[in-house]
Design a protein around this ligand. Structure first.
Ligand code: AGP
Length: 607
């Protein structure tokens, strides 16, 4: 939800460094921001509600003294986005400053206890209990490190924190429980951050901090200890292949548009994944008693599409389950024969990790598909694959969705090979087609971007949309709908087209936009029937069709064309692209920022 950053430099003034890093973290949450440094026995703080540029214009976030500091960009969970609730938070005497990402579930009782022993609170946040707990422990004679460790032991919930203090002004203490935390090791400085893009322009040497670990950063290095038994943990920094440029906009007006255009290259990357890991995952899936595909948001839509791939290619029945409903919906059925394939681009989504943790406790096998090396999902999975899409900065998932689909299709094909349910020729044919997907997506972008701009102008003021598809295209419809809702704020409904006459069609009136996803597959005849039903009630038809599909073109008021040749189970990878572009350009037409949709954050690390 939030983004934290810390920097200990040998001699540089760190405020400008922290300011720039918070800009790179802004996609994680951006309703308030703050920086604190320690210098000359004093903590300096600047924080306020609002986006970083706004706060900088008022407070000048580069102008804080000192070569040690922490920063925070916020997505409010406790306490509205006021200045008082912005991080960093301090103790009673402003001698300790803390930034935090996560939720302290038992903060209310800790706050009461601390207030009863005289502590004065200045915010409505859960986080503020942390500096006061540390202060309380120091009042009892503990040093900053022990005081922080004891304070952390009292916390229930999730946290990634960074602490600075006048008591040990040459150190940053940071620690993690569930929320992501990674260190960056530079030549003359050490950094801690919620994710790697934050320090990528400064260093590509990273150290992943695991759950229940605390790290002490100084300008010449870092030390990691287990919170449980204070054991010293040796962990070398690993080199991250991502370049800083990969995390920049490269001339595009928004990260989302850049990432839509990056899809062909990302899809090529998915074709270079090491076989042995995919084969291992396929073996687990083949042997599983029951398979659950678990994820949230866009990743759930990838799971929904994958359920069609697994059944059609491998005759493997799978259960796509929305992560936040997994325990309620399937919990009691999970056992040692269950296999969970958890899909999460960030690898940090709390709902998905909670489902995984629950299943692990019931001895299920966990498989993971993620985009982030070293993310929590990789560490709780028996076997996992990193899809290599590069950093995705735009809050709306685009390139990670199409890459997830490509990897899941390759996985389904490998299970099909193991099971021999479909002939080798058919498998080779689809393997050939998967190799053509990057180029087909490239042509789809070229062919439809201008059309998307046109359609955006015409439909930007519409008050609602329908997205309909049949078979695997119902997953494409769900994803198209989510993109339009999350970045253009237009209420939209998506459902399998066969459902429309069981209720939703009552909403149709003249001019109501209905988007149909219509690849040339077995569902074609029935989808034409659904188009006719909607047209008969005056709906405006926007269809996504295969090139040269004159019949549906004639039935449509507007249409996007996708180069033909993709088998049905791969169609969502290309058919979603025009809908990504349409949502993007409608948001731009409405003067919205597609990269930072209101009320959303890139990685949802709270349940
Ligand atoms: C999609 O555009 C959204 N950002 C959101 O629904 C996202 O897909 C969801 O939060 C899951 O994220 P994950 O893939 O990182 O787990």
């Amino acid at each position: 939800m939030c983004g934290i950053f810390g920097c200990v430099s040998r001699d540089a003034e760190v405020a400008p460094i922290i300011h720039a890093a918070l800009k790179r973290l802004e996609y994680r949450g951006y309703d308030s921001v703050g920086i604190a440094t320690v210098h000359g026995g004093k903590i300096y703080i600047k924080k306020d509600e609002g986006k970083i540029d706004q706060v900088h214009r008022i407070h000048n976030l580069d102008d804080l003294p000192g070569s040690i500091g922490v920063g925070h960009t916020r997505w409010a969970t406790h306490g509205a986005p006021y200045q008082a609730n912005a991080h960093p938070h301090t103790d009673c005497n402003d001698e300790i400053a803390v930034v935090h990402n996560g939720i302290i579930e038992n903060f209310a009782e800790l706050k009461t206890e601390l207030e009863n022993s005289g502590h004065k609170f200045r915010s409505k946040t859960d986080t503020e209990v942390i500096p006061h707990l540390i202060e309380e422990n120091m009042r009892k004679g503990l040093g900053l490190l022990e005081a922080t460790r004891e304070a952390l032991k009292r916390l229930k919930g999730s946290y990634a924190i960074a602490v600075i203090s006048i008591h040990e002004p040459e150190k940053i203490i940071c620690a993690r429980m569930e929320s992501p935390l990674v260190l960056g090791v530079g030549k003359d400085a050490v950094y801690c951050a919620s994710d790697i893009p934050a320090f990528l322009p400064l260093t590509n040497r990273a150290v992943i901090i695991e759950n229940g670990e605390l790290a002490i950063l100084q300008a010449d290095g870092y030390e990691i200890r287990s919170l449980e038994d204070w054991r010293l943990i040796q962990r070398e920094a690993e080199t991250i292949e991502w370049t800083a440029e990969m995390a920049e906009k490269q001339g595009y007006p928004h990260f989302m548009l850049k990432e839509i255009h990056e899809q062909p290259d990302c899809l090529r990357n998915t074709l270079r994944l090491q076989d042995q890991y995919l084969d291992l995952m396929a073996t687990f899936l083949d042997r599983a008693g029951e398979v659950f595909l678990v994820a949230a948001g866009t990743s759930y839509h990838a799971c929904l599409a994958a359920s069609y791939m697994f059944s059609k290619l491998a005759y493997l029945a799978t259960h796509p389950v929305i992560a936040s409903e997994f325990i309620e919906q399937q919990g009691m059925a999970i056992n040692i024969d269950s296999t969970i394939l958890a899909v999460s681009q960030s690898g940090e989504t709390a709902d998905t990790l909670a489902a995984v943790d629950y299943a692990r406790l019931r001895a299920a096998t966990i498989l993971g598909l993620t985009n982030v090396v070293g993310s929590t999902l990789t560490r709780v999975s028996r076997a996992y694959r990193v899809q290599q899409s590069g950093p995705e900065i735009g809050v709306a998932a685009t390139k990670t969705f199409t890459s997830q689909l490509s990897v899941l299709a390759q996985l389904a094909l490998r299970v099909a090979k193991i099971r021999g349910k479909i002939g080798h020729r058919q498998i080779e044919e689809i393997e050939e087609k998967i190799k053509q997907v990057p180029e087909i997506v490239e042509r789809t972008i070229k062919k439809n971007e201008a059309k998307a701009k046109e359609i955006a102008k015409k439909f930007k003021d519409k008050s609602a949309f329908f997205f309909l598809g049949r078979g695997i295209s119902s997953a494409t419809a769900m994803e198209g709908r989510l993109k339009l809702m999350e970045i253009a704020y237009i209420p939209s409904i998506a459902f399998p087209a066969g459902e429309s006459k069981h209720g939703p069609i009552s909403l149709i009136e003249p001019g109501f936009p209905v988007v149909f996803i219509c690849p040339r597959d077995e569902t074609r005849k029935t989808i034409i029937g659904n188009i006719m039903e909607m047209k008969a009630r005056g709906a405006t038809i926007i269809s996504v069709i295969e090139e040269g599909d004159e019949e549906i073109k004639k039935l449509s008021d507007e249409y996007f064309e996708v180069p033909s040749g993709l088998p049905e189970i791969l169609s969502p990878i290309a058919f979603i692209v025009p809908l990504q572009l349409m949502a993007y350009y409608i948001a731009v037409e409405k003067g919205l920022n597609p990269d930072k949709p209101r009320n959303l954050a890139k990685s949802v690390t709270v349940k």
